[in-house]
Design a protein around this ligand. Structure first.
Ligand code: ADP
Ligand code: ASP
Ligand code: MG
Length: 407
């Protein structure tokens, strides 16, 4: 008998029929003698709909109230699944984030799981009941409701699996596993039998939304091995685990894209200590999430800095930088460009192979795709391209690194 945590995402519980399907899958595990704690998202589209309703009232709803509102989506789905399980004869009980003892810190809409007081979950399990836990929510020490950021049910599942020391943690979703690229964009994408925490973490942080990046970070920190697989079939999925030697032979594990990016360039910056701090400080204060940063000194001995960010942060960035420009001096100017996207290649094999960037740039060049900014880390190379060319860029690079299914 094993103790299994199964997480079902929004599409997997997106209708009453789908909820019945999930209940049947859980019953099948119970029939084999296993115990199950299911962690559930809101029904697909519900979270977006709730956000839309709040925004109909005001562009800037209070985050405390957004948390109260959004957490109701998962409260609906856990009750519906518990009802479906009981109707199949499975003794199941639902638990909200608070009931499941998920204690959070940090800010509203971006709560962090501090700890899980799993006493109630353990009591239900001792009574051999199936528990359906609300994903995406927790409660602060002061009793305030927190949500955990979009896609946060992944984090709830990994944290619950760690807290109850589950034998198995499965993330059940609408794809068969983690692919070499988003199968909706690259039709030759291949399912990976396994991937390391670090690679999935990098991919998730550059747009691969199959797992929320913080959930992978948590899994790595607490050593939670998990499997990503389909909620609609029984195909083997992708095992996410510690890296091992054989993994290094693959140079690129996957490619990822991020749309809706914008670039801000400040030119004419005096080449003096403290200038970059001023600029970045102003952006940080305005809570602008900066991604790539490139800076250099032009012929006129003045510096230029370029940053990328999500398009939705652009307005805030411009307002935050205006007052800084006057401090930088009369030569300083700001330029902005929208309509760009980011393509990233990730693989731990990059540590031991050289020429990977050159291969990526050559493939893009041959396809006549112009590269804007470039940034690299130990296991990742990212470039910006025109947004209209991002899908083609992903396919070209996917092929160049031999990732296509036919290879
Ligand atoms: P859930 O609702 O189950 O949490 P998500 O929509 O958050 O599911 O994540 C699954 C989706 O992630 C897939 O439908 C797929 O389009 C997308 N995706 C993006 N990149 C990848 C990838 N490399 N491998 C698998 N799925 C990916
Ligand atoms: N319902 C939340 C969202 O849509 C959490 C999740 O699905 O993981 O982001
Ligand atoms: Mg998700």
């Amino acid at each position: 008998m094993a103790l299994i945590v199964q997480k079902y995402g929004g599409t997997s519980v997106g209708s009453i029929d789908r909820i019945r399907n999930v209940a049947a899958r859980i019953k099948a595990e119970r029939d084999k003698g296993h115990q199950v704690v299911a962690v559930i998202s809101a029904m697909g589209g519900v979270t977006d709909k709730l956000i839309g309703m709040a925004r109909e009232i005001t562009e800037d709803p209070m985050e405390r109230e957004l948390d109260v509102l959004l957490s109701s989506g998962e409260q609906q789905s856990i009750a519906l699944l518990a009802i479906a399980l009981n109707s199949l004869g499975v003794d199941a009980v639902s638990a909200t984030g608070r009931q499941a003892g998920i204690v959070t810190s940090g800010s509203h809409t971006r709560g962090r799981i501090e700890r899980i007081d799993a006493s109630l979950l353990k009591r239900y399990l001792a009574e051999d009941r199936t528990v359906v836990v609300a994903g995406f929510q927790g409660i602060t020490e002061e009793g305030m409701i927190h949500t955990l950021g979009r896609g946060g049910s992944d984090l709830s599942a990994i944290a619950v699996a760690s807290a109850i020391d589950a034998d198995l943690c499965q993330i059940l979703t609408d794809v068969d596993g983690v692919y070499t690229a988003d199968p909706r964009v690259v039709d030759k994408a291949r399912k990976l039998p396994e991937i390391s925490y670090d690679e999935l973490l990098e991919l998730a942080s550059v747009g691969t939304k199959v797992m929320q990046s913080r959930s992978v970070e948590f899994a790595k920190k607490y050593g939670v091995k998990f499997e990503v697989k389909s909620s609609l079939n029984q195909n083997p999925g992708t095992i996410v685990t510690e890296e091992h030697e054989a993994m290094e032979s693959v140079v690129i594990r996957g490619v990822s894209i991020e749309r809706s990016q914008a670039r801000v360039t400040i030119t004419g910056i005096p080449d003096r200590p403290g200038m970059s701090g001023r600029i970045l400080g102003a952006l940080a204060k305005a809570e602008v999430n900066i991604d790539m940063i490139v800076s250099n000194i032009a012929n006129d001995k003045l510096a230029r800095h370029s940053f990328t960010m999500h398009t939705s942060d652009l307005g805030r960035a411009q307002s935050a930088l205006k007052p800084v420009l006057s401090v930088l001096g009369s030569e300083a100017k700001i330029e902005t460009e929208g309509g760009i996207a980011k393509l990233s290649c990730v693989g731990i094999g990059m540590r031991s192979h050289s020429g990977v960037a050159a291969q990526m740039f050559a493939a893009l060049g041959e396809a006549n795709i112009n590269i804007g900014m470039i940034s690299t880390s130990e296991i990742k190379i990212s470039v910006t391209v025109e947004e209209g060319q991002i899908e083609e860029a992903a396919r070209v690079v996917h092929t160049a690194f031999g990732l296509d299914t036919s290879d």
